[in-house]
Unconditional design. Structure first.
Length: 221
């Protein structure tokens, strides 16, 4: 078996159970691996070749990206070795590789106090911006998810999120009673522009800095 055949087998297996976002992430790695070692026998790729390949691929990348590519390549070799019952050790398990592409230390995430978030929301200039910030801080929405809310996505205290980051078809978020009341009585501030009347919010003039601060309060590690 050569690398091209191994990549095709691994890709076929992935399509059966992985999300589109994960498949896209693997695609860059596998295309480059196939481009460099297409006709090489699978079992001829050793730690030195793996190191040179990963260094070339991730030289200008962040440490977290370098670690991700290493983990993906390791998963690829593990799958082929187990699937084909090959009598060989995963070349990615070499100590030099594990050390060179080790998991970076995570910087402490800055979490804003609840009182600071309330102050940011209180000081917003328009009802629209206040609702957007409340949907992020109190309902768990990302700014992109909030801006894509349609009038038809609102049902009492429930919000239907279309095309969420999780790659699911949709998700559901629940609003506190006071936020739901303001959303159901938005006034003219939230009416969409003429060419996108189905959207609940305008997409312009949002206080981006305040939005980022609110997301810091509610993002998970």
């Amino acid at each position: 078996m050569n690398i091209t055949e191994a990549v095709n087998m691994f890709t076929y297996h992935q399509r059966a159970g992985l999300k589109a976002r994960t498949l896209q992430s693997y695609k860059h790695l596998l295309e480059n691996l196939q481009g460099k070692y297409a006709d090489h026998p699978f079992d001829s790729i050793g730690p030195d070749e793996i190191y040179q390949f990963l260094e070339s691929l991730t030289r200008d990348c962040a440490r977290s990206t370098r670690r991700l590519r290493y983990a993906q390549l390791k998963a690829f070799f593990n799958f082929i070795i187990e699937k084909c019952t090959l009598n060989m050790r995963n070349p990615c398990q070499a100590p030099l590789l594990a050390k060179s592409f080790k998991t970076p230390k995570q910087a402490a995430r800055k979490i804003l106090e609840k009182e600071v978030i309330e102050e940011i929301i209180y000081n917003t200039k328009t009802p629209r911006d206040r609702l957007l910030l409340e949907l992020q801080a109190k309902c768990g929405l990302r700014i992109g998810e909030a801006l894509k809310i349609r009038v038809s996505d609102v049902c009492d205290r429930k919000l239907i999120l279309r095309e969420p980051k999780s790659d699911k078809e949709s998700e559901v978020a629940f609003m506190p009673e006071q936020v739901a009341k303001r959303l159901h009585n938005p006034g003219k501030a939230l009416i969409g522009r003429p060419f996108i009347p189905h959207l609940l919010f305008h997409r312009q003039s949002f206080d981006k800095e305040a939005g980022k601060k609110t997301q810091c309060f509610h993002s998970s590690p």
